[in-house]
Design a protein around this ligand. Structure first.
Ligand code: B12
Ligand code: SF4
Length: 514
């Protein structure tokens, strides 16, 4: 249930950014039906049992992705035993598994968008406007052995403008699940709709930053530019973390992105030789450099094990990925997942491996198909090496995001648009003391590991000193040693096999009428 630690910062030890995310699909469904409804997130077996026996549920819906099909099977078994009158509905990506009907005991298996399905099933108006639930994007955030305090408004709100992506890359399950190439489902069509929903979340959750959960947010330029107009008119100093493909980013100038508040951008780099249309003609190294120079944190994503990869060229492809020096870098194995064109092709070619457990099909372990040149075991070696290499060359992501913030601040602190100035000033005020303290600890931690990285961290710390106010300048003397101590403690804990689990959460809606 951790995005960064699972697939982005997993080799960064105590510097790994760790946090949990709620199950947004079922939160979305709950907010858009009028029936009494409970969402039980991260259930333990005991809590699931208690919920099924303490209440009379007509319908029990289960949301799952493919890796968790074994859990779905067990949950269906428990429902049949403990709540035999309930209708079982299973939705989410798990529904794409061929023959899933025979693997689990459910009454309905729903493919694609779930809000309209559930409304239809309950006899409600499936075309009614979408109500967006208030979603805090992450919880129980930890880094350097410290759990960050959870203050209202401190964590971004998640906004889900759409599901699916029209680009239709052959391996992409999110695109395939909602219709594939050329198709997607929009919840909020226009920039005005989006502005209203963001303003509503700002009021409810007291946030100014948003995690925009749209596979390719910047692709829809008209919507984004209208949103910018409204933000300017209402003097909104908002920031946004978005996903976008290189071709979509290219539709904007850097100042446009900055004025829109884009502060974190997740971009597929895949491979320079992959031939995906979204990358056509883009020098991704130059693009990432440019984005970072404008204070936009870049999260790159690279695929390991594409068709053209061989043991001879993969090392240089990984080096190429690492040379982007992105703030964060995700590496994923090329993985044919049921429902995608790639899966279809591999199945037809007889290249899908038969005995791979679905629980292992997530791109962070080993291939689930026969690659022309790379063995299954080697796929894991190359993947692990990519994470390690990125960390070795570029240092902790925390250092990198601190660097990007400072670069952005230096560039935009005197920018004509007051909202932009205000944003960078606020970020610097909020973070410079904390970042400087973290850099103090990192610098010492890395002295023994890599003197080069330690020196770079030192230089950045000095720069922060010059650009920060008095409090931020003196903070590292106190907070730095504490962070160094918690970092060492966390390293010890991790070495002993410590793992973190999300809490179980129950949320009831329309419950009084039940
Ligand atoms: C947020 C997220 C996470 C969070 C999950 C938090 C959580 N509590 O589950 C984190 C970061 C932890 C995560 C982890 C992983 N994830 Co993830 N994640 C996503 C992401 C980016 C967004 C999901 C989301 O909320 N979408 C928006 C909502 C509205 O859409 P939705 O969930 O699909 O729900 C809609 C329908 O599917 C349907 N629906 C969903 N549930 C139900 C239930 C019922 C009853 C009904 C009727 C309908 C229904 O209705 C909803 C509204 O339309 C997606 C990519 C994406 N854009 O969707 C990947 C994605 C779901 N993750 C994926 C993967 C592979 C993983 C990991 C295995 C990665 C890894 N290697 O570690 C882990 C597995 C974690 C686990 N043990 O389950 C894949 C799933 C592939 C597949 N085909 O199964 C996806 C699709 C990304 C991708 N393209 O590869 N993930
Ligand atoms: S651009 Fe990204 S989200 Fe869209 S289809 Fe390709 S991989 Fe999927």
């Amino acid at each position: 249930m951790e995005l960064y630690h699972n697939q982005v910062t997993r080799a960064q030890g105590s510097f790994s950014l760790r946090m949990f995310h709620r199950s947004w699909g079922i939160m979305m469904i709950q907010a858009n039906i009028s029936a009494p409804c409970a969402v039980l997130d991260f259930p333990t077996r005991d809590e699931f049992t208690r919920e099924l026996t303490a209440h009379h549920y007509n319908i029990v819906g289960i949301s799952s992705i493919i890796v968790n099909v074994g859990k779905v099977r067990e949950m269906c078994r428990m429902i049949r035993k403990l709540s035999p009158h309930s209708t079982i509905v299973v939705g989410g990506h798990v529904a794409a598994i061929p023959g899933v009907e025979k693997m689990i005991d459910a009454d309905h298996i729903v493919r694609g968008e779930g809000v309209s399905w559930m409304r239809r099933y309950l006899g409600e108006d499936e075309n009614a406007p979408i109500q967006h639930p208030p979603i805090v994007s992450g919880m129980r955030t930890r880094i350097m052995g410290i759990r960050l305090p959870e203050r209202k408004g401190a964590t971004a709100a998640t906004i889900i403008p759409s599901v699916g992506c029209p680009m239709g890359c052959n391996f992409c399950t999110t695109s395939a699940f909602f219709g594939g190439k050329g198709k997607f489902v929009n919840f909020f069509e226009s920039g005005d709709d989006l502005f209203e929903v963001m303003q509503q979340m700002e009021n409810e959750l007291k946030v100014h930053s948003f995690f925009i959960m749209d596979e390719n947010f910047l692709l829809h330029r008209e919507r984004a530019m209208r949103l910018l107009e409204r933000m300017k008119a209402a003097h909104k100093v908002w920031t946004m973390s978005v996903f976008a493909s290189a071709n979509a980013i290219r539709k904007y100038t850097m100042p446009e992105l900055v004025e829109l508040g884009v502060s974190w951008l997740w971009m597929g780099l895949e491979s320079p030789r992959a031939g995906y249309s979204k990358l056509n003609g883009t020098d991704t190294r130059q693009l990432t450099r440019e984005l970072r120079e404008h204070g936009i944190r870049v999260q790159g994503s690279t695929i390991i094990g594409l068709e053209h990869h061989t043991p001879d060229n993969i090392v240089s492809e990984i080096e190429h990925a690492v040379s982007h020096d992105t703030d964060f870098h995700q590496f994923m194995l090329y993985t044919p997942v049921p429902g995608t064109p790639l899966y279809q092709q591999m199945s037809e070619e007889g290249r899908m491996l038969k005995d791979v457990d679905y629980a292992d099909v997530h791109g962070q372990f080993k291939f689930n198909f026969k690659h022309a040149a790379i063995s299954r075991d080697d796929s894991k070696r190359f993947l692990d090496w990519a994470f390690w290499r990125d960390f070795e060359v570029n240092g902790p992501s925390l250092y990198r995001i601190a660097r990007t913030l400072l670069t952005g601040w230096k560039r935009y602190k005197d920018w004509p648009d007051e909202r932009v100035r205000e944003r960078f000033t606020l970020e610097m005020q909020r973070l410079s003391g904390i970042y400087s303290s973290a850099l103090w600890a990192m610098e010492r931690q890395f002295r023994k590991v890599d003197a080069n990285v330690s020196e770079q961290i030192h230089d950045l710390r000095e720069e922060f000193k010059r650009e920060s106010g008095v409090i931020s300048r003196i903070m590292p003397a106190f907070l730095g040693p504490v962070l160094l101590w918690t970092t060492h403690r966390e390293e010890r804990r991790l070495a002993e096999g410590k793992t973190y689990e999300p809490p179980t959460i129950i949320e009831r809606r329309n419950w009084a009428e039940a």
